[in-house]
Design a protein around this ligand. Structure first.
Ligand SMILES: Nc1ncnc2c1ncn2[C@@H]1O[C@H](COP(=O)(O)OP(=O)(O)O)[C@@H](O)[C@H]1O
Ligand SMILES: [Mg+2]
Length: 251
């Protein structure tokens, strides 16, 4: 069943067609990968879907409701939430208080927020740093904190923009496990990532963009082996794959 239906989205920045007639579906309960070389429009798509930018044209529907251009706060209330490529936390507040604040901002009581924050600290291995100012956390720990803030009230669909980039492998595994567990509970993800092994591991399906357009969509392995996808990566980056299993060399 389709949770989000994206139809004919366009977004131009001056002369650049950042998103050029993009259509795809995010199905209920899946982890959909959104891949493509740098500058292909992935972040802009997330911005359009999460209400941070209005599209020039096109429609976004959640089940049978039109949510095109709805403000981020309203979308969050409906369970559509994104995480940023650059983490956003209150740097002069403790990690734990960031979680608490996130819970209360989403309408939970202080007691409920505290209970959930405790569980998330444990699950995300943030125990040793929970009372430090978030500004003192490593990049990876901040990413984990942001996962916690996002999932203190789990969204129906979470959009993640390069969550694994520049994160220590141990924390990357904590994140991947966190995503897998929430997905097993029925939550849906749209995952932008350059880490192809993780995309193959987590996603059943993927959409690949290049120069603002969708160039392949479907089964994740088929997408990675698609000729146009290989060409897009080889033509746009310093990747040096030999064909065959592409992407696996792409960073
Ligand atoms: N706010 C903006 N103003 C002008 N150009 C932008 C803006 N955001 C993105 N772009 C351009 O749109 C294209 C797609 O960018 P982006 O969505 O960030 O790609 P990706 O996330 O796939 O790397 C790029 O050419 C980028 O330079
Ligand atoms: Mg991006």
């Amino acid at each position: 069943m389709s949770l989000l239906t994206i139809e004919g989205l366009f977004k131009h920045f001056g002369g650049v067609a950042a998103v050029d007639n993009v259509s795809f579906e995010v199905r209920q309960g899946e982890i959909l990968g959104l891949i493509g070389p740098n500058g292909s429009g992935k972040t802009t798509v997330l911005n359009l879907l999460s209400g941070f930018l209005p599209p020039d044209a096109g429609r976004v529907r959640m089940r049978d409701q039109d949510i095109t251009g709805m403000a981020p706060a309203r979308l969050a209330q409906r369970g559509v939430l994104r995480m940023f490529q650059m983490t956003r936390v209150f740097t002069r507040m403790s990690a734990f208080d960031n979680l608490l604040t996130a819970g209360m901002a989403r309408g939970l009581s202080e007691a409920e927020s505290t209970t959930r924050a405790d569980a998330l600290v444990e699950e995300l291995t943030l125990g040793p740093v929970q009372y430090l100012d978030a500004g003192q956390l490593s990049g990876g720990q901040r990413k984990l904190l942001e996962f916690g803030m996002c999932f203190i009230e789990p969204p129906l669909v979470a959009m993640l923009d390069e969550p694994f980039a520049a994160v220590h492998p141990v924390m990357r595994e904590v994140m991947a496990g966190f995503i897998r567990k929430r997905n097993a509970q029925g939550y849906t993800f749209l995952l932008v990532s350059h880490d192809m092994p993780i995309v193959v591991d987590l996603c059943q399906s993927a959409v690949c963009m290049n120069a603002g357009r969708v160039i392949a969509a479907g089964d994740v392995r088929a997408v990675l082996q698609n000729h146009d996808v290989i060409e897009a990566y080889l033509g746009n980056s310093d990747a040096h794959g030999q064909g065959g299993a592409p992407g696996l060399e792409v960073h």
